[in-house]
Design a protein around this ligand. Structure first.
Ligand code: GLY
Length: 559
């Protein structure tokens, strides 16, 4: 989605892109809170909380509402990861609903001529079974009630924001061959363009959501919706079959738990690379005196960039679906982190290619979405899900009104082949039937004394993991408020390409260290990074405090 994001200005001058509360107006809440990219979707979650639902009920309602109000990434045709802290003495758990490769897919199913947008690139969607599994495990309100806000938003329509209007206009102009998409997202004045305030109604989607509400999550995989997906695949020569849909499985998984300075950071395990990569970085930083030079010194920036460089190399080398790939145990051992820490030169950037001979890896899309939910009883939910690229494959299932993902792009398409245009061919993430593609999505819940303390996550492809890292250290190491932690400019390095990024190119925090970082060998550039809609739960008062990321439109709803 061509996001209307301005560069973050550190001096407190935040660019408000939608009528969201300013920092001064943001209060804390005691009964429940939802923070997402869409105010209407957050309100859907709040409606469910007010009906007596818990944080998981509210998260499910928010996820279905985002499929209506944020069609670029909110979805029922994609997949993702949900971390849940059940509250009390219970430990956090993860619902993994990442898309899977269809049975017809194999190592060399794609040729260099295959594009990013077609019927051939969707993985088997996981969102609906993922939500179903979370509901089965923790839901308290009836399933069908949780979809009502989304059904209403789709059937009655909602006024589009300036950003959504601009995004839809861009989509329609660049997707002329996708006729069902053109129909579903046509502006009210068919020859005109979307404007802020126009009503977006999605009748086919409302009917699909109604079927899923009435018949349960299984409807998507074995009912009329499955039939419509199959018809769409036959029409466009796609890979997904009825058998793929019926066999798709979401899983409850044990999170990666990373002890960090008196807290524990819970993040998803594979096929998200987030838990391992974030864990490795936190383990490296745990051995460092991170506060010594202050948050914005060139020394701290250098340490963070070098930590990221090393962790992302290990990610590229080793990580893939754990059901298909052996994952080395040492990755999360403290001794390994110590050896990586010892390899950092305090005065010089380490050229990435000197660490390993591999060549550049492909950029990932930043069109994913994250939301955070917390309730009064100590339950918290951190959810990140996606269609991969903005609006996914651009294939709308005819008659069903929703987009299919293009998540197959997250596999390594050409085994053993690396190219300058950015593919890598390492084995861990090559394609196999039913295998799940490696993700960077990293929804996390940080606990303090066993209770949920910080709920965060972000979109942004590989930058996600570094965005989350920095929100976590801003709060834990640098004692920032959650809003400051979210507002602060972010660094990024992902091993290859060997480039260091810092969001706030113009700010004082950057200018003072720019020359030093360059002289140490960092090639520096800027640009917005992520949107980490977060919640902090005050350990003494249990107040729920929002961190609304104002790099993108968004909205919170609490009471
Ligand atoms: N498609 C982006 C991710 O899964 O990280």
């Amino acid at each position: 989605m061509p996001r209307a994001r301005g560069l973050l200005i550190l001096t407190g001058l935040l660019i408000l892109v939608s009528p969201v509360p300013s920092r001064a107006e943001v209060n804390s809440f005691s009964k429940g809170l939802v923070v997402s990219v869409s105010e209407k979707a957050s309100q859907a979650g709040l409606e469910i909380l007010k009906q007596g639902g818990n944080a998981v009920d509210a998260a499910i309602a928010t996820a279905f509402a985002l499929a209506v109000t944020h069609p670029a990434a909110g979805n029922i045709g994609g997949g993702g990861f949900m971390v849940v802290h059940p509250g009390g003495a219970n430990l956090p758990t993860v619902f993994e609903y990442r898309e899977a490769a269809p049975l017809k897919a194999h190592r060399t199913v794609y040729s260099p001529d295959d594009g990013m947008y077609s019927h051939k690139v969707p993985g088997v969607p996981g969102t609906v079974r993922g939500m179903g599994l979370a509901h089965q495990r923790f839901g308290t309100l009836p399933w069908k009630d949780l979809l009502q806000p989304a059904i209403r938003l789709a059937g009655q329509g909602f006024p589009v924001s300036k950003e959504l209007a601009s995004s839809l206009n861009g989509l329609l102009a660049t997707s002329k061959d996708f006729l069902e998409l053109q129909k579903v997202f046509a502006p009210p004045n068919r020859n005109g363009k979307w404007k802020a305030g126009d009503l977006l109604r999605q009748n086919d989607l409302a009917r699909t959501l109604e079927r899923i509400a009435q018949h349960g999550p299984e409807e998507f995989y074995t009912g009329e919706t499955a039939r419509l997906i199959e018809q769409e695949m036959i029409r466009g020569k796609g890979l997904i079959s009825r058998e793929d849909l019926a066999n798709y499985q979401a899983h409850e998984r044990k999170p990666i738990a990373i002890p960090y300075r008196g807290h524990v950071v819970y993040a998803p395990p594979l096929p998200s690379s987030g838990g391992h990569t974030l864990g490795l970085m936190l383990n490296i930083l745990d051995g460092a005196d991170l506060k010594k030079h202050g948050r914005w010194s060139h020394q701290t920036k250098h340490l963070l960039l070098e930590t990221m460089r090393r962790a992302f190399l290990e990610r590229a080398r080793h990580l893939g679906d754990q059901g298909f790939t052996d994952i080395p145990h040492f990755l999360l051992e403290k001794t390994f982190a110590k050896s990586l820490h010892a390899s950092i030169d305090d005065d010089k950037a380490t050229p990435s290619k000197s660490l390993a001979p591999e060549i550049p890896i492909s950029p990932e899309s930043d069109n994913t979405t994250h939301f955070s939910v917390a309730d009064a009883k100590g339950m918290a939910v951190s959810n990140t899900y996606t269609l991969e690229r903005s609006y996914g494959s651009k294939v709308v299932v005819t008659g069903a009104g929703f987009l299919l993902n293009n998540e197959m792009l997250d596999f390594n398409w050409f085994p053993g082949t690396t190219t300058n245009s950015g593919r890598i061919g390492s084995e861990a993430n090559t394609i196999a039937p039913r295998k799940k593609m490696l993700s960077s999505m990293t929804p996390v819940i940080v606990t303090k004394n066993g209770q949920a303390f910080l709920v965060t996550g972000s979109p942004g492809g590989r930058t996600i993991i570094n965005t989350v890292l920095q929100v976590v250290i801003n709060v834990i190491d640098f004692d920032m408020t959650i809003q400051q932690a979210v507002d602060s400019p972010r660094l990024h390095h992902q091993w290859l390409p060997d480039k260091s990024k810092f969001e706030d190119m113009k700010g004082k925090a950057y200018q003072e260290s720019l020359k030093k970082l360059q002289s140490m060998g960092h090639e520096m550039s800027g640009g917005p990074q992520g949107d980490a809609h977060s919640i902090l739960i005050d350990p003494s008062t249990r107040k729920l405090i929002p961190g609304l990321d104002q790099r993108i439109e968004g909205g919170l709803a609490g009471y």
